[in-house]
Design a protein around this ligand. Structure first.
Ligand code: DOR
Ligand code: ZN
Length: 347
């Protein structure tokens, strides 16, 4: 069976920098027309000038004749000024500003330490109609690791959304029924990305015959009932939910460690994995809207004019990819993936 759909976009990806960028960007560029590139580099992308430099490095790392477009983001800090938000909007290449609670995840040390510190920046985002992209987890060590998303809704996100009635917000990588319900109730100015691993796996996958570091990401996988709620949201045709892989490469050394990094690498098979999830739900007819329409509509960008095709045919991804001086273990390494990417536009 072959499925043809308008070329999808990835509304949340980590491309890293340097040798890591060079190793991974072709996977994203082979599938997606555009991708929203996260700004959590070791030196965070906090200004429009830094985003312009990073964008040039991404374009330079692309294969020849590649039409992939990186959509840049800024990293929100306690010191981000309203003027910087205005410059970001005027640039035309910055499409959102990322809110990391300080300490929540990889390279988030420069993130927001308290909502009161970013009031002026949020007002500027609302004024300039530039979306706020939110990593929605509290960092309070008293809060159970599996509850950090739902507690964030009550303690932080609900207040942001109510306090800024015109602010557009993307609740990134939602993982719980509570998040899905919140997004639905908030109406069309609040969107949400959903990753392939959160559609395909419950938290049991972290402990499948032993500890599985390559299934560890943040927000962490949740129990099965939440996975089912995410599948319903993704496959339900609701325009607020769209594709965002959160593909987050880390070296094998950094993953298989006594204190391993969070992140699942899915860029090598991203749209194929979403096809598996939609196929399992009997809703392949809804894949195109989720993958190729809803995100572009939310961000106010045109939908892609070209197409890709997917073939229901098993293949085995490699055990690892070269990754600087180490290697990168992709999702399903050594296992099988049920769909493969066909020739552009058909066949
Ligand atoms: O698992 C994750 N990895 N979650 C994040 O929020 C960040 C990401 C990364 O950059 O590695
Ligand atoms: Zn991410």
């Amino acid at each position: 069976m072959t499925l043809t759909l308008a070329r999808p976009d990835d509304w949340h990806v980590h491309l890293r920098d340097g040798a890591a960028l060079a190793a991974v960007v072709r996977h994203t560029a082979a599938r997606f027309g555009r991708a929203v590139v996260m700004p959590n580099l070791a030196a965070p992308v906090t200004t429009t000038a830094l985003a312009a430099d990073y964008r040039r490095r991404i374009l330079a790392a692309l294969p020849p004749d590649c039409r992939f477009e990186p959509l840049m983001t800024l990293y929100l800090t306690d010191r981000t000024s309203a003027g910087e938000i205005g410059r970001a909007r005027a640039s035309g290449f910055v499409h959102g500003v990322k809110y990391y609670p300080a300490g929540a995840t990889t390279n988030s040390d420069s993130g927001v330490t308290g909502i009161e510190r970013v009031r002026a920046a949020l007002a500027a985002l609302e004024e300039h109609d530039l979306p706020l992209l939110v990593h929605g987890e509290v960092t309070d060590p008293q809060v159970d690791a599996f509850d950090r998303e739902s507690v964030f809704i009550d303690r932080v996100l609900d207040g942001i959304v109510r306090g800024h009635p015109r602010l557009r917000v993307v609740f990134e990588h939602v993982t719980t029924r509570e998040a899905v319900d919140f997004v639905r109730a908030a109406g069309p100015r609040v969107g949400a990305t959903i990753t392939p691993q959160h559609l395909l796996l419950s938290r049991n996958a972290l402990f499948d015959g032993g500890l599985r570091p390559h299934h560890y990401c943040l927000p962490v996988l949740k129990r099965e009932a939440h996975r089912v709620a995410l599948v319903e949201a993704a496959t339900g045709g609701e325009p607020q939910f769209f594709l965002g892989t959160d593909s987050a490469p880390h070296s094998r050394r950094d993953k298989e460690s006594a204190c391993g990094c969070a992140g699942v690498y899915t860029a090598h098979a991203a749209i194929e994995l979403y096809a598996e999830a939609f196929d399992a739900a009997g809703r392949l007819d809804r894949l195109e809207a989720f993958a190729s329409h809803h995100g572009a509509d939310f961000y106010g960008l045109p939908r892609n004019a070209d197409a890709i095709s997917l073939v229901r045919e098993r293949w085995v991804p490699p055990e690892s990819y070269a990754f600087g001086d180490d290697e990168l273990v992709p999702f399903r390494a050594g296992g099988t993936i049920a769909w493969r990417l066909g020739a552009p536009g058909g066949g």
